[in-house]
Design a protein around this ligand. Structure first.
Ligand code: NAD
Length: 490
């Protein structure tokens, strides 16, 4: 492993995300030697008046379960420093800048800085602006990189405003926009499978593929996120970002290399070929839903902190089209929602049936040839199933589905880093492949905004699906209309 010297400056260090995901991830990188153990420090900031001791207790608490020894966890925590800091108070940044310089010297970090904003998005611009204005960025040849959490705007206009604000302090190639789906093993595996196998790449087009289905299902309802969620909805929370990113990787052309610039170039090209709907088309091709009640489960409108006339969608299904040579006439169907049958993410690539069924005369009436389906299970297990047609054992020529299955082993699972660990590591290395670029984010907003506008205008008929189901009937009709069905439907 190449160890990188780095000074982290974390905004939102007392927050939930920092404790649950960021500290354990940085600890794993430390354990594996990806951050240089002698040349690394982290300044955590938050509103609370914490001492370094208190901060280090929190760090220990969040990493100890994963430590080889208490000494190891303590040695790690000793690199953590806390500053109480109101991000809206410019003077505080002067103190921060001094402290950063001091720690940089103390640990001989050579000016490499990673700024991580794990705070509500309305602070992203303020923090970026003050960091630059108060000389918190190093200027001695080290790198300055900014990692920001989601959401990146709530529509095109707010995203553009935010981007312009960031751009005053950081270049686009210094900005790392987190989309943790891009840190998932199987999402990264799409690229390996597509471009490492002529067998797959050769048939990855409209000659052989009938349609592609992407499902991001959650079993839970809004829980304690209702306050945020009700102002957002599934389209903003799941479609504009994660779902669009997965579609892009499925649809893009071959990058000329695995370098981030080359992959981004192809992702952007794919997004440019994505058809942005008119309002009427959006009405026809997108379906929204909100869950009702079921037994003990309250309907969405009666969840805590949700207004009882809320028209926020907890479910989205839709058809996405790429207007290029590869994907002409191949719909990409997407769906995501809360309170569905289970928590899982999967991609089903449905291939066309043979043009001629030569077995028709030999087969019983029951057994029709099925579509070949390649299913990539992204969550909760990494698994790949290729469904073929094979012969049933015995006399005659009855056909039956034959599944080639690869499931990630326990060893592989143990070796698979959590998305946040992987993404922070990428940022340390300066590899932006698995982060969302502005061109991608803005194009995705252009697409989502039309749908959003229609849904803000038209009155929905909510609630329209039952908790524990796979969503509203209209989501099935969306495919039925095209003579198709969801591969997973129970
Ligand atoms: P949180 O509310 O638990 O933490 C917020 C942090 O911001 C705290 O450390 C708080 O001290 C700090 N803060 C707030 N106002 C401040 C101010 N004026 N000056 C200085 N510090 C201030 O939030 P969280 O769950 O840790 O999430 C952080 C952000 O990450 C969210 O806003 C969200 O955009 C994003 N995010 C969170 C999750 C998650 O799982 N929690 C998932 C995806 C994205």
């Amino acid at each position: 492993a190449t160890a990188t010297r780095a000074l982290f400056m974390l905004f939102g260090a007392t927050g939930d995300l920092a404790k649950r995901k960021l500290y354990p991830s940085i600890f794993n990188l430390y354990k594996k030697g990806y951050v240089d153990n002698d040349h690394f420090a982290l300044i955590g900031t938050g509103r609370r008046e914490w001492s370094d001791e208190k901060f280090r207790e929190v760090i220990l608490d969040s990493v100890s379960a994963n430590a080889d020894s208490e000494e190891q966890a303590k040695a790690f925590a000793s690199h953590f420093y806390y500053m109480s800091h109101d991000v809206t108070n410019p003077e505080h940044y002067d103190a921060l800048s001094d402290y950063a310089n001091k720690l940089d010297q103390q640990y001989d970090i050579e000016g490499n800085r990673i700024f991580y904003i794990s705070m509500a998005p309305n602070f992203f611009g303020t923090v970026a602006k003050n960091l630059k204005a108060h000389n918190c960025l190093s200027d001695n040849g080290g790198f300055n990189r900014l990692i920001i959490e989601k959401p990146f705007g709530r529509d095109y206009d707010t995203a553009e405003k935010l981007n312009n604000a960031l751009a005053k302090s950081f270049n686009e190639n210094q900005v790392y926009r987190i989309d943790h789906y891009l840190g998932k093993e199987m999402v990264q595996n799409i690229i390996a499978l597509r471009f490492g196998n002529p067998l797959i790449e050769g048939i990855w087009n409209n000659k052989y593929i009938d349609n592609i289905q992407v499902t991001l299902a959650e079993k839970l309802g809004v829980e304690e996120r209702a306050g945020y969620y009700d102002g957002s909805g599934a389209l903003r929370d799941m479609v504009q970002n994660h779902t669009m990113q997965m579609l892009t990787i499925l649809a893009m052309e071959d990058p000329i290399s695995f370098k981030d610039v080359d992959i981004r170039r192809e992702k952007i090209r794919a997004l440019r070929s994505m058809h942005v709907y008119t309002e009427d088309e959006a009405r026809q091709n997108f379906v929204r839903g909100q869950y009702g009640a079921n037994g003990d489960q309250r309907d969405y409108r009666h969840e805590d902190n949700v207004p009882n006339d809320s028209i926020t969608e907890t479910y989205v299904a839709g058809k996405v089209l790429f207007e290029n040579k590869r994907w002409k006439n191949v719909p990409f169907y997407i769906r995501t929602g809360k309170m569905l049958t289970d928590k899982f993410t999967r991609i089903d690539v449905v291939f066309k049936k043979p043009l001629v069924d030569i077995f028709a005369s030999a087969k019983g009436t029951e057994s029709e040839l099925n579509n070949n389906v390649l299913t990539l299970f992204v969550d909760p297990v990494n698994k790949i199933i290729l469904r073929l047609n094979g012969k049933q054992a015995g006399q005659g020529m009855e056909m039956q589905p034959l599944d080639l299955t690869h499931t990630q082993s326990d060893e592989e699972k143990a070796a698979t880093p959590e998305p946040y660990e992987r993404l922070i590591h990428d940022a340390i290395l300066g590899n932006a492949t698995n982060f969302a670029s502005w061109d991608e984010v803005s194009r995705a907003w252009e697409f989502a905004d039309v749908i959003r506008h229609v849904w803000d205008t038209d009155k929905p008929d909510f609630p329209n699906y039952t908790p524990g189901s796979m969503g509203p009937d209209a989501a099935d009709e969306l495919l039925a209309r095209d003579g198709r069905a969801w591969v997973f439907n129970s």
